[in-house]
Design a protein around this ligand. Structure first.
Ligand SMILES: Cc1cc2nc3c(=O)[nH]c(=O)nc-3n(C[C@H](O)[C@H](O)[C@H](O)COP(=O)(O)OP(=O)(O)OC[C@H]3O[C@@H](n4cnc5c(N)ncnc54)[C@H](O)[C@@H]3O)c2cc1C
Length: 404
């Protein structure tokens, strides 16, 4: 064994020991557990708090922010450490919910565009879970067409004064900070007059109204900004040039959602076994299909995340994994219902409730982080070089674009 192999082996043993001492193996958890099946505000809050505790625990142990430079509060490690952790943690619940999401989105933008002071101030508290962040991008009239956003920020001395509304902001009701996009130059073309702010949520002029979904979940909020303020030292990148860091956030968001392969295939196999249906040839083919697609997704998203961690361009366009995960959810949800038959719509039965949750999950996953249609456009234009989507607002100052 070479010296390097020896060091990696010691790290693997240390990781295994920590996981064994600190977390419950997944196989000891109840199968078919649901999160969004008739949840209450309390269950979601408890889940968010538990994710924060886990994020803090992982950080303390060196398993979060592993490769982030030490001067910004990271552990200054190397990417093979993350690979080993990922391999060893596969059998454990290490997902930290929206903490994982926002770190995956905001950290690369902070590392690329942040000033030294911004990195020192925000990275440690972000990766350690000490401070909760949210993403304040979408607006009622600007989701797919995000660059059309209209929340207005005007300079008053060294501070921006902000008026506008954001919507669909995941976990904003728990957030202390937000990554916020605002319109700072209405005379410029729509992509050019946007500024990216690191925004303090705990101040007058910020009203967070939780949104309750049809099935009771309260994942999102809408955020009203009425005279809220943000010092110019909290501009990420340059004033009016926020589209650059916003694109970094969005492409990491696609990769992050694509990385949420989940373990539906193993649950589907277990379900078909429990009903004695795992010998049916057609069903076996469908199980093999979901299993293979899940493995393919994991391999593709691993390739993207390794490249991102090494500061390289992703070898695959992130829209591919975003579209692939949404397709997988549709196939998995249909199969769960097919296996259960009429029992698939029975409530108060864990497997049925799980199957309904998988069935419904096709909607959020194919909308959040950009809809399927928008990602098809991205792939057509950016990966395949097809003619661009028709844009009637091209070359027009944002203020002159007709708005609904
Ligand atoms: C689970 C989840 C979490 C989210 N979290 C956040 C968050 O934390 N922060 C945040 O800011 N936002 C968040 N969002 C909002 C999300 O980014 C938007 O919902 C999404 O970008 C779509 O925008 P929209 O809802 O305004 O739909 P619209 O843009 O109004 O789209 C409506 C329909 O028109 C189609 N369409 C629009 N333009 C085109 C086009 N050019 N070509 C073809 N079809 C088109 C769309 O595909 C869609 O089917 C979240 C959404 C979900 C579902």
């Amino acid at each position: 064994m070479t010296r390097d192999q020896n060091i990696e082996e010691q790290y693997r043993l240390k990781t295994q020991q920590w996981l064994e001492d600190n977390l419950d193996p997944l196989k000891e958890r109840k199968p078919f557990s649901t999160l969004h099946w008739m949840p209450s505000k309390e269950t979601e809050k408890n889940h968010h708090n538990a994710c924060q505790q886990l994020q803090m625990k992982l950080y303390e142990a060196g398993f979060a922010g592993t490769t982030v430079p030490t001067e910004y509060g990271g552990h200054g490690g190397e990417s093979w450490m993350q690979r080993i952790f990922r391999e060893e943690a596969a059998g454990y619940q290490v997902h930290t919910g929206f903490y994982h999401s926002i770190i995956s989105m905001a950290l690369p933008a902070l590392l690329k565009y942040g000033t030294d002071n911004q990195k020192r101030e925000h990275i440690k508290t972000l990766i350690s879970g000490e401070v909760s962040w949210c993403q304040l991008f979408s607006e009622p009239g600007a989701g797919s067409d995000l660059a059309g956003l209209g929340a207005k920020a005007e300079l008053d001395g060294d501070e921006f004064v902000i008026h506008g509304q954001k919507v669909w902001n995941s976990a904003a009701m728990y957030a202390d900070m937000g990554i916020l996009l605002v319109r700072t130059n209405p005379n410029a073309h729509k992509h050019e007059g946007i500024t990216f702010l690191l925004f303090d949520m705990n101040q007058p002029g910020v009203e967070v109204r939780p949104l309750i979904q049809a099935h009771g979940a309260g994942h999102f909020a809408e955020v009203f900004l009425d005279g809220a303020r943000c010092h110019i030292k909290n501009v990420l990148g340059e004033i009016d040039k926020g589209w650059g860091p916003a694109r970094v956030v969005m492409s990491n968001e696609s990769a992050m959602i694509g990385g949420a392969a989940g373990d539906n295939p193993s649950q589907l196999i277990q379900l078909s076994q429990s009903l004695g249906r795992n010998h049916e040839p057609v069903l076996r083919q469908k199980l093999a299909n979901v299993y293979s697609r899940n493995k393919l997704l994991k391999l593709m998203s691993d390739r993207i995340s390794i490249a991102v961690r090494n500061g390289q361009m992703p070898p695959i366009h992130p829209s591919i994994v975003k579209l692939f995960v949404a397709q997988n959810r549709r196939i998995e949800g249909d199969l769960a219902q097919e296996i259960l038959g009429a029992a698939g719509v029975v409530t108060s039965h864990t497997a049925s409730e799980w199957a309904m949750e998988v069935l419904h999950s096709r909607y959020p996953i194919s909308i959040g982080g950009g809809t399927d249609e928008v990602h098809h456009n991205n792939l057509g234009e950016q990966a395949l070089g097809l003619p661009r989507d028709i844009r009637v607002d091209r070359g027009i100052p944002w203020k002159d674009i007709p708005k609904g």
